[in-house]
Design a protein around this ligand. Structure first.
Ligand SMILES: *[C@@H]1O[C@H](CO)[C@@H](O)[C@H](O)[C@H]1NC(C)=O
Ligand SMILES: *[C@@H]1O[C@H](CO)[C@@H](O)[C@H](O)[C@H]1NC(C)=O
Ligand SMILES: *[C@@H]1O[C@H](CO)[C@@H](O)[C@H](O)[C@H]1NC(C)=O
Ligand SMILES: *[C@@H]1O[C@H](CO)[C@@H](O)[C@H](O)[C@H]1NC(C)=O
Ligand SMILES: *[C@@H]1O[C@H](CO)[C@@H](O)[C@H](O)[C@H]1NC(C)=O
Ligand SMILES: *[C@@H]1O[C@H](CO)[C@@H](O)[C@H](O)[C@H]1NC(C)=O
Ligand SMILES: *[C@@H]1O[C@H](CO)[C@@H](O)[C@H](O)[C@H]1NC(C)=O
Ligand SMILES: *[C@@H]1O[C@H](CO)[C@@H](O)[C@H](O)[C@H]1NC(C)=O
Ligand SMILES: CC(=O)N[C@H]1CO[C@H](CO)[C@@H](O)[C@@H]1O
Length: 595
């Protein structure tokens, strides 16, 4: 309890006295805990002095979350740029879990919000012409998802594209590439309304690090500053800069490169890179970047690449200096605290327990996501006869789907709805009713519903209720004693590129489903920084909860995304149609590790 209190206090920024006459502010990293990589942020004085940030979303949908703040401490989800299938139908067809939306850049120009990004299909890694789909979205009102345009394509072979408007009225896009070619950063003149682009020219090759990424151009004091990241998005990640008096270069490298990195340190915050720069109302500069809370061991980081922030000193005519990234930051005064932000979503950096009850006539909460496009009919809030539940209809595809990389859109999607893991320690629990006993056998074929820690189709840990022939149980009878041989079984199974524990299958004790209350509670708990515990029991009878297994979160520490915690229903390729009713969704933060 004490630990939790301290964490709550440290989460809210407080002011501390420094040696100088101005008191410093403090805040904690990450500012967006969980799967929020490749941040891009802007300050928009014209819109009530508000900051807006966009993040990568890969195959998750809705995609490209936008968070907003007025004080750089309280950040609220205000919507998603990619929220309708017709905006970008190709997201349905991406193959591989490193595919999808990479590195959106958000900018405000001409009273319009612009997001320039890349839809990647890594299955086409050998075919540069079809691997990269570079696109532009625009909106006058980021608080209204429907106001975001459909994607406008532009021709660029590469990724991490970013727009820049020069003082002379010309518009440019900058992007990076590093496979089969380069590595280099290219630039072209562009028309962001039509997607027409001029000739792409190499403007900088970086400092020699692999895979330059996330280039952005800023104009300041007569210079064009080019910010980029190099070294790959792992332990060697770093932020580098170059500048020129001419937008086309030549760009001279900053002698102090890298300007921001935690490579070769023992910091808990590793892989720092992929930054963006913006200033506040007082002219103080800030940078956001991605980082993994992995330590140099880089083995346990289920939340993946998160968003961190730091203060940047940028004297006139000179190179900027970045304060190194750590969990507790002491920086110059931040804008006054201001929590009054428009928008539908929750605050992203809170310690508030979440309790979703799915009341009748309410939409799905804005922060819940799917993997690629959902089949809308698979998700019903409070269907007739089942108030305060979320009904999931099983998809034919399970969470792995056909080959772990792909999900044939003709198969109707994967029934999964989830929130990001945002705390080192947490408890996630739901109640599940899958009362099937009187359904005809064909409606039950292959059926499974449960909770999951989902990183990718090839990395997920599932605790489900399955319908299996009597005798299929493999667990010691002691685990779930009292079984009367019902065909309803509890099953844990995992999928990872690392060896996973053997599945655990055990019958649901008949005693758990008597007395009118037939619901089961399924629970996932991060009990320490390296392990999840999966438990099951009769709903409302906590003392009867039984732990099924403890597994390492190293199994879901991989790649470009971060873990989602959610619920799913599938017929595993069978004909099962019986729905599952989920209720009483609880996500309870229990600890946030910062070193
Ligand atoms: C998706 O990738 C798999 C390999 O992981 C490949 O076998 C399959 O043909 C690909 N599907 C499509 C539609 O590209
Ligand atoms: C896109 O650019 C490539 C390489 O410059 C060029 O070969 C191709 O014709 C262009 N496509 C379009 C539609 O302009
Ligand atoms: C970047 O490298 C390419 C080779 O990939 C070379 O042709 C080009 O001159 C270099 N450009 C700059 C600006 O250094
Ligand atoms: C980290 O150390 C390695 C080995 O000495 C070196 O090659 C690399 O450049 C260093 N990385 C950074 C970002 O300093
Ligand atoms: C106060 O903030 C400035 C600017 O970020 C920083 O350079 C300085 O080290 C901070 N002072 C203390 C005592 O932390
Ligand atoms: C976390 O818990 C697991 C299972 O109880 C245990 O094996 C592991 O050593 C613990 N890790 C830490 C860092 O305490
Ligand atoms: C997942 O579905 C595929 C077919 O879509 C099937 O081959 C596989 O066995 C299923 N996994 C489980 C655990 O049933
Ligand atoms: C699904 O139904 C079809 C048509 O009735 C049948 O041919 C098929 O064997 C069934 N599949 C399974 C896995 O039960
Ligand atoms: C909770 C649930 O879906 N119960 C169903 C079990 O099957 C019978 C017969 O198909 C349905 O009437 C119940 O609604």
């Amino acid at each position: 309890m004490l630990l939790r209190r301290l964490l709550i206090i440290s989460l809210s920024a407080s002011v501390s006295a420094s040696q100088g006459h101005l008191p410093n502010s403090t805040f904690t990293n990450p500012i967006f805990p969980g799967f929020f990589p490749d941040p891009s942020c802007i300050y928009v004085p014209e819109r009530d002095h508000t900051f807006f940030c966009a993040s990568s979303s890969f195959n998750s949908f809705p995609g490209i979350p936008i968070h907003s703040s007025k004080d750089l401490r309280n950040w609220k989800l205000i919507g998603h740029v990619l929220n309708r299938k017709e905006q970008l139908p190709r997201l349905a067809e991406t193959n591989r879990s490193t595919s999808g939306i990479w590195a959106p850049t958000i900018r405000f120009h001409d009273d319009t919000f612009w997001v320039v990004t890349t839809l990647v299909d890594d299955d086409r890694a050998q075919d540069d012409a079809s691997r990269w789909d570079n696109i532009i979205f625009k909106s006058k009102d980021p608080y209204n998802d429907q106001a975001w345009s459909n994607a406008v394509k532009f021709n660029f072979t590469g990724y991490d594209t970013s727009p820049f408007w020069d003082d002379d009225g010309k518009t440019y896009i900058t992007g990076a590439h590093a496979w089969h070619v380069g590595p280099y950063i290219q630039q072209a003149e562009a028309n962001l309304d039509t997607g027409e682009v001029g000739e792409w020219r190499i403007i900088w090759n970086g400092t020699g690090g692999q895979a330059p990424e996330g280039p952005h151009i800023y104009r300041k004091d007569g210079w064009y500053y080019l910010l980029a990241a190099e070294g790959g998005t792992g332990l060697g990640h770093m932020v580098t800069m170059a500048r020129s008096k001419n937008i086309w270069g030549p760009y001279e490298s900053n002698p102090a490169n890298p300007v921001l990195t935690n490579a070769n340190t023992t910091s808990y915050f590793q892989t720092v890179g992929h930054a963006d720069l913006f200033h506040d109302r007082d002219g103080n500069w800030w940078a956001v970047a991605l980082s993994t809370r992995s330590g140099p061991e880089y083995l346990n980081y289920p939340m993946g690449r998160e968003t961190v922030m730091t203060a940047v000193s940028w004297p006139e005519g000179d190179w900027p200096t970045f304060t190194p990234i750590s969990g507790e930051m002491s920086v110059w005064p931040m804008p006054p605290e201001q929590k009054d932000i428009r928008g539908v979503g929750p605050f992203v950096n809170t310690f508030t327990p979440e309790h979703l009850t799915f009341p009748p006539n309410t939409p799905l909460p804005a922060h819940l996501v799917h993997w690629r496009f959902p089949a809308p009919a698979a998700y019903t809030v409070s269907p007739p006869g089942h108030p305060h539940t979320l009904r999931l209809k099983p998809s034919t595809l399970n969470l792995t789907a056909l080959n772990g990389n792909y999900a044939d859109p003709r198969a109707g999607g994967q029934t999964l709805i989830a929130r990001r893991q945002q705390h080192t320690l947490f408890r996630f629990a739901v109640d599940l009713d899958i009362d099937n006993s009187s359904a005809p056998p064909a409606a039950l074929s292959g059926l499974e519903a449960g909770v999951t820690v989902f990183l990718t189709q090839n990395h997920h840990l599932d605790l489900g209720v399955v319908l299996l022939p009597r005798g299929a149980a493999t667990a010691p009878a002691a685990l779930l004693s009292g079984g009367e041989g019902l065909e309803l079984m509890v099953r844990f199974r995992g999928e990872s590129y690392l060896p996973v524990p053997a599945p655990v299958v055990a019958p649901v004790p008949a005693g758990w489903r008597t007395g009118g209350e037939k619901k089961l509670t399924l629970e996932i708990r991060a009990c320490n920084a390296t392990h999840y515990a999966f438990s099951v029991g009769p709903a409302g009878r906590r003392s009867q909860m039984r732990q099924v297994i403890e597994v390492s979160n190293g199994l879901v520490s991989w790649g470009f995304t971060g873990t989602l915690l959610g619920i799913y229903a599938t017929s595993n390729g069978g004909n099962g149609t019986t729905p599952a009713y989920f209720s009483n969704w609880r996500y309870i933060p229990e600890g946030q590790f910062r070193d």
